[in-house]
Design a protein. Structure first.
Length: 140
């Protein structure tokens, strides 16, 4: 009887560990899917910012990930929610949306470096204004 209890505990512990490993594996795969999505965009310099995955919510083969991007050495920051879909064992980004309205970054020079502002502590410009201007500009 004691051997049966020990075997049951070992099996239960193994099942629990396998479940935790799966979630950790999914979190790593979701991080990789987001990084791959960003790398596929030719208009982003991914080495200019740090990516922080703040929260992941997995519901079957769909997931939402809240991600913050911090400009390296600067005050800029933006937050996005990524919706992902799992096909087989692969996660892929299907949509991204800004979180709230805190989607700001400092003004940039022609090289993409932050431009010092005249007044310390002045608010950063709204990145959505820059995105709208870029989208409205005729293609070259």
């Amino acid at each position: 009887m004691m051997k049966l209890k020990i075997l049951g505990c070992v099996l239960l512990l193994g099942a629990f560990a396998a479940g935790c490993g799966s979630k950790a594996g999914d979190n790593d795969a979701i991080r990789a899917a987001i990084n791959s999505h960003l790398a596929g965009r030719n208009n982003l310099n991914t080495s200019a910012f740090d990516t922080e995955i703040q929260k992941v919510d997995i519901q079957g083969d769909e997931a939402k990930a809240d991600v913050a991007f911090h400009v390296k050495g600067g005050p800029g920051m933006m937050q996005l929610t990524y919706n992902l879909k799992k096909t087989g064992s692969t996660w892929a980004v299907v949509e991204s949306n800004p979180i709230g309205s805190n989607f700001t970054h400092p003004a940039l020079d022609a090289n993409g470096a932050p431009v010092p502002t005249g007044a310390p502590g002045a608010p950063a410009p709204d990145i959505m204004d820059a995105v709208r201007q870029k989208m409205a500009a005729p293609a070259k």
